[in-house]
Write a protein that binds this ligand. Structure first.
Ligand code: MTE
Ligand code: HPA
Ligand code: MOS
Length: 774
């Protein structure tokens, strides 16, 4: 039910945040980050005799390899060896969901940048020089770069998927208004600051250790073992941290690790392979571009009675994670709205682009953009504000999603109402209107964007994790989990959990690297679920140890176990401080030969999904929120600046306000970049044109809104979330979609004849054309 919060309550929310922010813990990496001391793959201490590798890749997007001449390259002084598919002792296959992707091309190439060979030399410079000496002859085949073209030619990755609810055909008969249209959203480069890379070193007995910049250590281990024809236990993967992943290293960190390991396997020497920015941009996949069409039907009172949508996902040349991403598009096709009749279908279209892959939101943003476009179109045709349609359809408690899950602890209406009230929407709208009345050369636009995002890997079997905890005999603590730190602050959260349960100072806790020999068979750090899954496992392990330690204390103090409590590094008995410190407790436990190590496993309860019916309960919970975006468009130039983005976000009960606020701000800005300025461009031959930071513009400190304000919605949190602190990694990205519609509204204020176009990103060129398009 929809609860209204009073203004004084809402003011209290604001002050609560300011207060708690001051108290919250800093990201434990901030100290080494600002001093330049944080370690990345490129910082590993290389062994004497290490070789350096570069990847030789296809200079054409599609064709048959007629011949390759490596002789000149091989003859170059300092070149050790060039590896191709012929050197693979196991399978030349790295496809995760569908086995359709060779590590190295054999007879055909399928995208510009497809790896063909690995050049290994005494230095990276020599390897690069050698790469230029390779001669390749390719017989070109037709190139497909767009999803539409792929669909026309029946070029698909797999069968289409559909989620349906009710009966749209029947419902359209009852609709007062029906609108149809097309949308396009472009790809997006993950642009992690640390490029893809790995370092492989030989251990004894043919074992190999790989240091990788990967979100998925187990994926690297598993695929390396498969390609090398070795059992997994011979491959150890270690990750200290990533200089960003954003989904781009969920699957696509793997090939570079496998290649380095392949060279190590043959040469019995360490091999370092780090892509430079050009190679990384050219060879790796990005967010999937989508071409979609929709049909939306509304009643007289603006209820969306029926919604049909067809998504064409540009998957690239092989599956990679595309099927899972396509699935999440369907999960989020109706965003924060309840629609009784839905028919949604997604086609994963096979093209000759690099395999597109995970990017924050994982297909969800692409789905949400379409329904927001449909609403904007309907609003424009009906001459009402989009927010009236949005508001009339917000998801309520116990509404059903098209995939069968019943919506619980819904905060769609609450966050919407809170955003409107706290930021005084009427006043904001009035200011925009007044400004537009008084200015001819500049126009402002405003848009609201509600978000609802499902938390869990949509593939139920992936939702589990493990943690390994050692308490050392001096009372210090070491923690291993499957969580990969990529800037999102998960290590800080893990540290907070252990420090809280053991009631010790955070300096007593160390977070170890993520390593497959300590925590095995893990899912990647992704789906915003890393802290929930690993945190819950860690909580279990810490609580088991705590229980054991309480027994030790109760025996020594000769009291009942239930009267024991740990607080501020001391044992308390019936709330009274005893003389037994944490350190003494641990040494006592050692003398009593009590195990001070624990390993625990957590699997998300309750979730399930039946793919044969496309129904189930795939998400542990949902995250909600609402943004208000205000933009000023320079109508002479087509350029624009964001005046403000104001957000009310459902963090549950945030366990690390500073980190979570950082995630919300970062996600928002990344979403705004996707919608406004980041423009991936391939030519018709499948060659990447936006192949450098001079031709691919991402938001910087000057291009983000001067006034970003993200306030927490005080909610009960959710027991499935770690310490009721809801997942925050991906959902805020989708607030950025509001930027697109704010710009559209500003254009409309200047050019009343403007017919909305839904073709993202809304670059200044497109704005300028739209301003003067009659
Ligand atoms: N934040 C930073 N700084 N760097 C990243 O690479 N990745 C995002 C998000 N926030 C990312 C980030 C993505 S795509 C996901 S899925 C989540 O963090 C992963 O971490 P979590 O599961 O701990 O939220
Ligand atoms: N999100 C992110 N990554 C994933 C998912 C998901 O739902 N499923 C498989 N990999
Ligand atoms: Mo995030 S796209 O799930 O790595």
């Amino acid at each position: 039910m929809h609860k209204n919060k009073s203004h004084s309550e809402l003011d209290k929310l604001k002050t609560n945040l300011e207060f708690s922010l001051k108290q919250s813990m800093k990201n434990i990496d901030s100290y080494t980050h600002v001093r330049g001391e944080s370690l990345y793959v490129d910082d590993v201490n290389v062994r004497e005799g290490t070789f350096y590798a570069v990847v030789f890749d296809s200079p054409k997007a599609h064709g048959k390899i007629k011949s390759i001449d490596y002789s000149e390259a091989e003859a170059l002084e300092g070149v050790e060896r060039i590896f191709t598919y012929k050197d693979i002792p196991g399978d030349n296959q790295i496809g995760g969901i569908i086995p359709d992707e060779p590590l190295f091309a054999e007879d055909e190439v399928h995208f510009w940048g497809m790896p063909i060979a690995l050049v290994v030399a005494k230095s990276e410079l020599i390897a690069r020089q050698a790469r230029r000496l390779i001669k390749i002859d390719i017989e070109e085949l037709p190139v497909i770069t767009t999803a539409k073209e792929a669909k026309e030619k029946d070029s698909f990755i797999n069968a289409p998927r559909s989620f349906n609810l009710g009966n749209t055909e029947k419902a359209f008969h009852d609709c007062e208004y029906i609108y149809e249209g097309e949308t396009f959203s472009n790809g997006q480069e993950q642009l992690y600051i640390e490029a893809q890379g790995s370092y492989a070193e030989p251990l004894e007995n043919g074992n190999i250790k790989i240091t990788s910049s990967t979100q998925g250590p187990t994926a690297v281990q598993k695929t390396t073992a498969k390609v090398l024809g070795l059992p997994m236990h011979k491959i150890e993967v270690d990750v200290t941290r990533l200089g960003g992943g954003f989904g781009g290293k969920e699957d696509q960190a793997t090939p570079w690790a496998v290649m380095a390991a392949l060279a190590t396997y043959h040469l019995k020497q360490s091999v370092k392979l780090i892509l430079n920015r050009h190679d990384d941009l050219r060879m790796t996949g990005k967010r999937h571009p989508y071409e979609s069409n929709y049909k939306i039907g509304l009643s007289k009172d603006l209820k969306i009675l029926a919604y049909e949508v067809e998504f064409l996902q540009n998957s690239g040349a092989s599956a990679d994670l595309s099927p899972a991403i396509a699935e999440r598009t369907l999960f989020h096709a109706t965003n924060s709205y309840f629609v009784q009749n839905v028919k949604s279908t997604v086609y994963s279209c096979k093209t000759n682009l690099p395999p597109n892959t995970a990017f924050r939101g994982f297909g969800g943003p692409q789905g949400m953009f379409v329904i927001e476009s449909a609403i904007a179109k309907a609003a424009s045709e009906l001459g009402v504000a989009a927010r009236q349609i949005q508001e009339a359809n917000l998801l309520q408690e116990n509404d059903v999603f098209s995939y069968g899950q019943i919506a619980k602890q819904v905060e769609a209406q609450n966050s919407w109402d809170a955003a409107k009230a706290i930021f005084n929407i009427e006043e904001l709208e009035q200011k925009v209107e007044d400004f537009n009345k008084n200015n001819a050369a500049f126009k402002k636009g405003l848009a609201l964007m509600p978000i609802t995002f499902g938390i869990s890997f949509t593939n139920t079997p992936m939702n589990h994790a493990r943690a390994l905890v050692h308490i050392y005999l001096d009372g210090s603590v070491g923690i291993s989990t499957a969580a990969v730190e990529m800037g999102q602050g998960v290590n800080t959260k893990m540290l907070q959990i252990a420090a809280k349960i053991f009631a010790v100072n955070t300096s007593k806790v160390k977070i170890e690297t993520t390593n497959t020999t300590r925590v095995a068979n893990t899912s990647p750090s992704a789906a915003s679920s890393t802290a929930d899954l690993n945190g819950k496992a860690l909580l279990k392990a810490c609580n088991s140890l705590l229980d054991r330690l309480k027994i030790v204390a109760s025996e020594v103090l000769n009291v009942s176990k239930d009267s024991i409590e740990l607080k501020d590094e001391f044992v308390y008995c019936n709330s009274e401080k005893t003389t037994m410190s944490w350190t003494e407790l641990i040494s006592t436990a050692m003398l009593k030969r009590i195990a001070l190590t624990e390993n625990a496993h957590y699997a998300t309860p309750e979730i399930h999904f039946d793919k044969t019916k496309e129904k189930g309960h795939p998400f542990a919970y949902h995250v909600f929120g609402t943004s208000i975006t205000i933009v000023t468009v320079d109508c002479t130039r087509g350029t624009y600046e964001f005046d403000a983005v104001k957000v009310v976000h459902d963090y549950g009960k945030s366990m690390s306000e500073g980190i979570d606020l950082g995630q919300a701000e970062g996600g928002l800005v990344q979403g705004m970049g996707w919608m406004t300025m980041e423009e991936i461009a391939y030519d018709t031959n499948g060659r990447l044109l936006s192949n450098a930071l001079s031709t691919y513009k991402v938001p910087d400190v000057f291009s983000v809104a001067k006034n970003i304000e993200i306030l927490p919605l005080e909610t009960l949190g959710n027991d499935m979330a770690i310490l009721k602190s809801k997942a925050v990694g991906e959902p805020p990205l989708m607030y950025g979609i509001g930027a697109y519609f704010a710009i559209q509204n500003a254009i409309k204020a200047f050019n009343p004849n403007y017919k909305h176009k839904f073709h993202a990103p809304m670059t200044p060129e497109k704005v300028l054309i739209s301003l003067y398009n009659k």
